[in-house]
Design a binder for this molecule. Sequence first.
Ligand SMILES: C[S@@+](CC[C@H](N)C(=O)[O-])C[C@H]1O[C@@H](n2cnc3c(N)ncnc32)[C@H](O)[C@@H]1O
Length: 226
Amino acid sequence: MTRLVFVLFFFFSSAIGFSNMQDNTQDLDRQVRKFMEEQRGKWRDLNVPEADGKALHDIIVQRGYTRALEIGTSTGYSGTWIAWALAKTGGKLITVEIDKYRYNEAVANFREAGLSKYVDARLGNAHEIVPALDGPFDFVFCDADKEWYVNYLKAVLPKLTKGGCFAAHNVSEQSGRGSGGFRSGRGGWGGENADYLEYARSVKSLETKILSISGSGGLAVSYKIN
Ligand SMILES: C[S@@+](CC[C@H](N)C(=O)[O-])C[C@H]1O[C@@H](n2cnc3c(N)ncnc32)[C@H](O)[C@@H]1O
């Protein structure tokens, strides 16, 4: 009899715990959606287009990533998408921004979205902060100073887990004047950040492709295959 009471108690408290957990998840989801709706069209600080933010979110959820790093927080739009995904996978984001005003805005935005506990926002120069991070990471979003992308990749690669993803924004392979490309050092017309793309493609442990997301700034996605 005592054992039956114990089993029933355990069963009901687990069921209540599970249903509370579901309620919390749904509450958070509602809060983030509301925040995103209210802020739609108001992001003014070099933030990614909505389609790119959603793509980052979906990659994380589909692959179950939990240890994320963002380089270039700005006011926290892509960070909100990433943290929203991590709230679903049980992960956490470290995000780095050098500009104090944007950093403060981002922290306030993460709070308003209800996502603060999934974000460790750091103020400072990513050139110094990123190489000093312990890792490991399974998802990295690089969206800061473009001329430093290769250095960021070199710094993070040893800390990227197998199967992990390094996504770099504003990278494309379009060529030709007027297509967002630029005159490359090699004399031809390259896509945006063509030098970064060339480097990423030369790394044997990475498989790199460009996601063609309509209206986006171009997203180069590299998966670590070994
Ligand atoms: C394109 S914006 C990032 C947009 C952001 N990912 C979003 O979608 O909301 C680039 C940001 O990188 C920051 N940044 C540039 N160089 C940096 C550095 N060395 N360390 C940290 N942040 C840097 C800039 O201040 C700027 O806010």
